[in-house]
Design a protein around this ligand. Structure first.
Ligand code: GRF
Length: 221
């Protein structure tokens, strides 16, 4: 029997290059997509990602956090909009607001984030500069379920890129971003296909092709 499409809301704050990677794989123009993007929601008016969604024919909303007295009120408005759109999974794709514990609890194991580092290393901001500063040889990105502690939660997938001696923040960031654009759609596809579950705070992926996890050949990256 054909599995119904997983209804997904994508939250953004800015340029939306990860959103674009998801539209390219799962947007209305893609036949046989296991995912339907039912809403793209930005907390920033005029975020470039909104126009990417509009161009693809996807519903958009802007809920400006500045219009709310506190985080709880803002998150309640987010929650209402997401549920009204019928979303079953919430995807943070460069959404630059911390979410309240209440919101996160309401989407337990149905709220996914992409972080531009190999968690649990380099949580927070400026991950590429900090990776260079630390002198690590490998860097990358992580897709994970969201928990109340910032940038924590069961890890679904990671991709690794090399750090080259001549790298600066920009060159390293671009290499990681290219990996994000490959990893995020693959991780969401696994979820949509029912191949990801959480046990004892670890994400278990049951997919033969994914048995060893995704590792992009660092030397080829
Ligand atoms: C990405 O690096 C993502 O990992 C981080 O925010 C950035 C968003 O970039 N959470 P974009 O808006 O998808 O281009």
């Amino acid at each position: 029997m054909l599995r119904p499409k997983l209804k997904v809301a994508i939250l953004i704050s800015g340029r939306g290059s990860n959103l674009q990677a998801l539209i390219d794989r799962f947007g209305p123009a893609i036949p046989g997509s296991p995912i339907e993007i039912v809403l793209v929601l930005s907390n920033r008016p005029g975020a470039f990602g909104l126009s990417r969604a509009e161009k693809a024919g996807i519903a958009t909303r802007t809920i400006d956090h500045k219009g709310f007295a506190d985080r709880a009120a803002f998150d309640a408005a987010l929650d209402t909009a997401i549920r009204a759109a019928g979303a079953e999974l919430v995807v943070l794709a460069g959404f630059l607001r911390l979410l309240t514990d209440g919101f996160i609890a309401g989407w337990q194991d149905r709220l996914v984030n992409i972080h531009p580092a190999l968690l649990p290393a380099f949580k927070g901001l400026n991950t590429h500069a900090r990776a260079l500063e630390a002198g690590v040889r490998f860097h990358g990105c992580t897709v994970h379920f969201v928990r109340p502690d910032m940038d924590s939660g069961p890890i679904i997938a990671q991709a690794v890129v090399p750090v080259r001696p001549e790298d600066d923040e920009n060159s390293l960031g671009l290499r990681v971003l290219a990996a994000e654009h490959r990893l995020f759609p693959q991780a969401l596809r696994l979820i949509a296909e029912g191949k990801v579950r959480v046990e004892n705070e670890r994400a278990i992926v049951t997919d033969a092709a994914f048995a060893g996890g995704i590792l992009y050949n660092p030397l080829g990256a």
